[in-house]
Design a protein around this ligand. Structure first.
Ligand code: ADP
Ligand code: ZN
Ligand code: ZN
Length: 740
């Protein structure tokens, strides 16, 4: 036996981020030749526990790095990429994100990869085509059923079949390779062209108005360095036109532009706006793509072939070799914040990425977040205002209707009904907004006050009549039959209280029998293509009533809508969430922005039982900016986020006592060990304490010192995860956006 102390063999090692819920990276051995070939940012197949997992190489260890004796050093299974697929800047961004959001690094790295590369598929998967070489190979094939199956399929397609499709049909690459070894078939690589095409204008830009010109010049002045801008302009004030002007200059220099939009904002209209302005390769990255389309788009971005990358939240982690500008449109939108697992905020990551890449970043919105206004206030971001509506369109006026004293039919005030009639008579269109789907949110017994409640949640059932009459819990999905009579007192009748879009649809049909009512909500537009049909009708000048939820509030252009009715916004005025007023104001302004985008002036009617609420009066007398200024002052005075940094611990288990006791104990420890730098709120029951049969509790940590807050949370949090009972679920939300 050789004496290893006399003749030490060098142990070549790499450090790998493995996709498991653990905070460390892990070291693996490899041969000298593999070590030579291995690149930081490339994928590697490693065994972990009993699984084979795809990890990312984050470091090639120097030979004199001490070996941790606690772990048995295993060899890698296979190097999957000849070259790095994540560049050093993206790796830095991902490492920073894992640290900042305190989420396991291996899991975070996965967010940067399209799903086919998360599996052990080859990078050039889409270029790989398999062709049969020998069509009379029956005798060469053993009894292997897999090989026989593969052979049969290859024989059906003499011109060859892509490896991706064969894989999807259940033919494994290993089987194809086995056949190739017997010279029955071969893999042919199609040429993949990753060279970018020169960018030219496909359409003449509009001449910018003075506000637009100022905004464009401010950004172009700092083209080669980091600077953050807030483009603050109402819907229709020409923000997109500003983006297009700036993009053109950046694209002309051969740089790439990353444009992020909300989940719901990546409509065919948005896409065609970019496509019709520029001749260039545009990569679309959103959740609706199938795996191979996504890989294709990702590779176009990652190789530099695509000049414009248009995507939703997760596109922020796409590797881009020539990034020259980041645009994040509708920056206030909640969909930029991932609400589960790795809870990053694409807006904050975008700011850090622009900083790393030394390029400008533009956040745009008609209703900027208070967080962004705070950054402007602190001098960390420059505000660019657009104050005119582009073209001839005018801003709509908001009118408040006091629901307490108004005469009404079906919950709609007479004044509003009359106004709607007037618009329809002029062949104009009306948008009715109610953010509640279903028929009625409450079903009650008038005799004993029994209410239909979800047995698993602290919530009422919503009554639905479509596609059949039933009770539906919008929080956990439980469905019950509607009882014939009161289950408590046998009273014969149960009464629906309040209104959802389905009920309003009935009421509007009754009130305006000669006009079509088109309802747009999750229940009515689930069929593919139905939204496009609706959209086509809206673009025609004919009287109609559009009725809908959130889905109608964003981004769409309704040229013939001159009246917007907001039926009920009161729940937003009552919520205890510190960001509820901000969201309510944004929703009102966004919905209001749907009116009068064409030649016609718009009006907004808002019904409320609290028309004297300061939020509403501020919006009516002033505008969103006045509201934001006011909120900023209040948050500063109360030292609420963003004037203090925050983290939210969510805890979920079978028992509220267990939650309380566990959180209490850890809160106590943190209080004693954090130099009084951290204020702790709670533990308190979550706003909805019982959901889907489980109990939820919250604990909020606040501090003026972000670095210390994160420092103290780190070990404390990992320790908590370690000590929690296995039936308990815990999550940590850094810079939480919602307290639910
Ligand atoms: P936003 O993105 O702020 O909603 P858009 O850029 O979509 O605004 O502009 C709204 C409308 O005004 C569009 O139809 C656009 O073509 C038009 N528009 C924008 N800028 C100008 C301009 N400088 N001159 C004329 N029309 C403009
Ligand atoms: Zn009853
Ligand atoms: Zn429920």
């Amino acid at each position: 036996m050789p004496d290893s102390t006399l003749d030490p063999q060098p142990v070549y090692r790499i450090r790998v981020a493995v996709p498991v819920y653990l905070y460390d990276c892990f070291d693996y051995m490899l041969s000298a030749a593999q070590y030579q070939q291995a690149e930081v940012g490339a994928r590697v197949l490693v065994s972990f526990g009993r699984q084979n997992l795809v990890g990312i190489i984050v470091e090639k260890l120097a030979l004199d790095t001490p070996i941790d004796p606690r772990f048995k050093l295993k060899a890698i299974s296979e190097l999957l990429d000849e070259q790095a697929i994540l560049d050093p800047k993206v790796l830095t961004l991902l490492t920073w994100s894992a640290q900042y959001y305190q989420f396991p690094i291996g899991e975070v790295m996965q967010s940067a990869l399209p799903s086919l590369l998360r599996q052990a598929k080859p990078y050039n998967l889409l270029a790989r085509t398999w062709k049969l070489l020998d069509a009379h190979a029956e005798t060469k094939i053993t009894r292997s059923e897999k090989q026989q199956e593969a052979y049969k399929i290859l024989k059906l397609h003499p011109s060859g079949t892509s490896e991706n499709i064969l894989n999807l049909a259940g033919i494994e690459t290993a089987t194809l390779k086995a056949l190739a070894n017997k010279e029955i078939c071969a893999c042919v690589l199609e040429a993949q062209d990753f060279s970018p095409m020169p960018v030219t204008l496909a359409q003449m830009p509009l001449t910018p108005n003075p506000d637009q010109k100022k905004a464009i010049d401010s950004v172009l002045k700092v083209r080669q360095q980091y600077k953050a801008f807030l483009l603050d302009g109402l819907t229709g004030s020409g923000k997109t036109e500003v983006y297009l002007h700036i993009m053109h200059e950046v694209l002309k220099q051969g740089k790439q532009v990353l444009v992020l939009v909300p989940e719901i904002g990546l409509t065919p209209q948005t896409i065609s706006r970019f496509q019709s302005r520029f001749h260039c390769h545009i990569a679309l990255l959103h959740s609706g793509l199938n795996d191979s389309k996504r890989l294709q788009a990702w590779q176009a971005a990652q190789t530099g072939k695509a000049s414009i990358i248009l995507g939703t939240r997760s596109a922020i982690y796409t590797p881009l070799p020539n990034l020259g500008l980041i645009i994040l449109d509708e920056e206030h939108d909640l969909s930029f914040k991932q609400q589960e697992g790795f809870r990053y905020h694409a807006r904050d990551v975008a700011l850090y990425r622009a900083h790393l890449e030394n390029c400008p970043v533009i956040l745009g919105s008609a209703t900027p977040s208070i967080d962004s206004y705070a950054l402007v206030d602190q001098g960390k971001m420059q505000c660019l205002e657009l104050n005119q509506r582009a073209g001839t369109a005018l801003m709509p006026k908001i009118h408040l209707i006091d629901l307490k004293i108004a005469k009404k039919q079906h919950g709609i005030s007479q004044q509003l009904i009359d106004e709607i009639k007037k618009r329809l008579a002029k062949k104009e269109q009306v948008l009715v907004f109610l953010n509640r789907r279903g028929y009625a949110p409450v079903l009650i017994c008038e005799s004993c006050a029994w209410q239909a409640k979800c047995p698993n949640c602290d919530a009422n059932f919503t009554l639905h009549h479509q596609p059949y009459t039933h009770l539906h819990c919008h929080h956990c999905g439980t469905i019950h039959r509607k009882p014939e009579q009161c289950p408590a007192c046998n009273h014969a009748e149960l009464k629906p209280i309040g209104m959802g879009t389905a009920k309003v649809e009935d009421s509007l049909n009754e009130l305006f029998p000669n006009v079509d009512v088109i309802r747009v909500d999750r229940d009515s537009t689930s069929r593919v293509g139905s939204w496009q049909k609706i959209y086509d009708r809206i673009q025609r000048s004919e009287p109609l009533i559009l009725l809908g939820t959130q889905m109608l509030a964003k981004g769409h252009h309704f040229p013939y809508v001159t009246l917007v009715a907001i039926l009920d916004i009161d729940s937003g005025l009552l919520s205890v969430d510190i960001r509820a007023p901000e969201r309510t104001a944004q929703l009102i302004v966004q919905v209001a922005g749907r009116a009068g985008r064409g030649e016609h002036k718009g009006d907004v009617y808002l019904q409320s039982v609290r028309p004297d609420h300061p939020l509403l009066t501020t919006l009516v007398e002033g505008d969103y900016r006045k509201f934001a200024k006011q909120s900023l002052k209040e948050r500063k005075a109360a030292q609420l986020p963003p004037y203090r940094y925050s983290a939210l611990i969510r805890c979920e288990s079978k028992s509220q006592e267990l939650n309380q006791q566990f959180l209490q104990q850890h809160a106590q420890w943190l209080r004693e060990h954090s130099e009084q730098l951290i204020e702790i709120w709670g533990p308190i029951p979550a706003p909805m304490e019982r959901k889907a049969g489980r109990f939820h509790a919250h604990m909020v940590l606040l501090s003026k010192d972000r670095a210390r807050l994160h420092f103290y949370i780190r070990n404390w949090w990992q320790n908590m995860l370690h000590e929690k009972p296995s039936s308990m679920k815990l999550s940590l939300d850094i810079d939480p956006q919602e307290f639910s």
